[in-house]
Design a protein around this ligand. Structure first.
Ligand SMILES: [Zn+2]
Length: 164
């Protein structure tokens, strides 16, 4: 089944999309570049107890239930594919210069945040200017090329191993 594509935006350092069904903001899995809505599929957040030393229990992600839920969502046509901006790698590189995740935000043109603030497209140059305006030194910053694989850092080291 062809996956529904949703535009990606960065909020607090995470790539997110809007769920096309319930309109909530949902996290994009950076390994598969897909998302399942945890509001539509609450079991995506399922936790389990794992016995630890001293007879205690520790809460851990319920990996099997989450995987089962993900498969169900895929069967339902609710596994969504992320549509990143062409400047994804450049945006990420500029954001990594910011000291706190809270300030790592980028929205596509027409995103409700942009509309609410009367803003037009935010370019990579705008983001660099924002950094400089907020005291982040961009002196030694090297902007990666547009065609760099997003799962490599600018030096060519593998950051995330992508599934086929
Ligand atoms: Zn939803």
């Amino acid at each position: 089944m062809e996956k529904i594509k949703m535009p990606a935006f960065m909020e607090h350092g995470h790539w997110k999309m809007f769920c096309p069904v319930c309109k909530n903001r949902i996290f994009i899995d950076p390994v598969t570049d897909t998302a399942v809505c945890s509001y539509c599929y609450p079991s995506m957040n399922a936790m389990a107890f794992k016995p630890i030393e001293g007879g205690l229990l520790e809460q851990v992600p319920h990996v099997r239930l989450r995987e089962k839920t993900r498969k169900q969502a895929e069967q339902d046509g609710c596994l969504y594919s992320a549509e990143y901006p062409a400047e994804r790698v450049q945006i990420e590189a500029v954001m990594r210069e910011r000291p706190t995740a809270q300030n790592m935000n980028w929205y596509y043109e027409g995103h409700p945040y942009m509309l609410a603030n009367g803003m037009e497209k935010q370019t990579v140059e705008d983001l660099i200017a924002e950094n400089e305006g907020n005291g982040v030194s961009m002196k030694d910053f090297v902007l990666p090329a547009l065609n760099v694989d997003p799962n490599l850092d600018p030096d060519g080291d593998v950051v995330v191993k992508r599934k086929a």
